[in-house]
Design a protein around this ligand. Sequence first.
Ligand code: FAQ
Length: 313
Amino acid sequence: MEDTEQLALFEAKIASGQKIEPKDWMPEAYRKQLIRMMSQHAHSEIVGMLPEGNWITRAPNLRRKAILLAKVQDEAGHGLYLYSAAETLGIDRSELLAQLHSGKAKYSSIFNYPTLTWADIGAIGWLVDGAAIMNQTALARGSYGPYSRAMVRICKEESFHNRQGYEIMMHLAQGTPEQKDMAQDALNRWWWPSIMMLGPSDDKSPNTEQLMKWKVKIESNDEIRERFIDRTVPQAEFIGLKIPDEAMKYNQETGHYEHGPINWDEFFEVIKGNGPCNAQRLKDRINADKNGFWVREAAIAYAAKQAKEKLAS
Ligand code: FAQ
């Protein structure tokens, strides 16, 4: 078939709500966009383990430690599903990881901020996982089969993460005045970066138009941001914390909150590599990769040995 015919078929499939599967014909631009977005997403999951991993040894009690360990492990699992899903597009994960470690690939801006107190672990679960779910429940309805299916399980796990984060914040907000201050301070520091992690405003988002046309993205960055804000502001009020935005107000007519200006200069600086922790995160990720080499080598050797024994029996 001619490319024009293939393209018409591909677009008709998407318009009728069918999924595109790895062996289906797809335009090169669709494949490239998906590799870009899915690999950035996978990198975010594994880099996202670092700021939280920082608190595993300092969790305030055994219960909190066990929950945090499980959460960080879940993020590694999400990275695994997403690298596997990206590989269905004909790229090897070693190449994707090389792009991350060389600083060429992006990962979410949010993970370039430091986790200074235990309350930051609460704020990440509540706000960062909360924002991630808003985005990912939309991506679960996207057109590329392996990506959208990976999102279903990831969203279920992120919902649990979101609740554990909110529960930490609730406890701190009901604790001593110092604990409440710690929760408020974490909210002050994580609010704006969480709003920004949903991507630049629609007028500054070059990829959205094409991605929405192909139903990879179902909603724009600003639409998702509005939904996240509408859901999160009442949650802050419920536990007696204040959103650090003097301009934030509820508009009775639209039924939505209106927020103050977002510092997009800060966002673009962070994604250029100039955020507070970019250099540290990259260094830690490269070390984690080096230190884990023997584990991967041993796992591969063990799998090969088992396969050989199975063949011989
Ligand atoms: N950080 O044209 P757009 C998580 C870049 S998972 C860095 O609007 P697009 C779970 C963008 O790549 C969090 N860069 O781009 C967890 C593009 O540059 P490029 C990650 C960003 O793709 C929780 C340029 O700006 N989630 O948190 C960011 O249409 C706790 C122009 O932007 C995903 O990756 C950013 N925040 O929309 C883990 C979801 N935003 O590539 C551990 C999948 C934009 O052209 C602990 N991705 N850029 O050079 C998406 O939904 C989309 O890619 C967006 C961006 C919405 C992130």
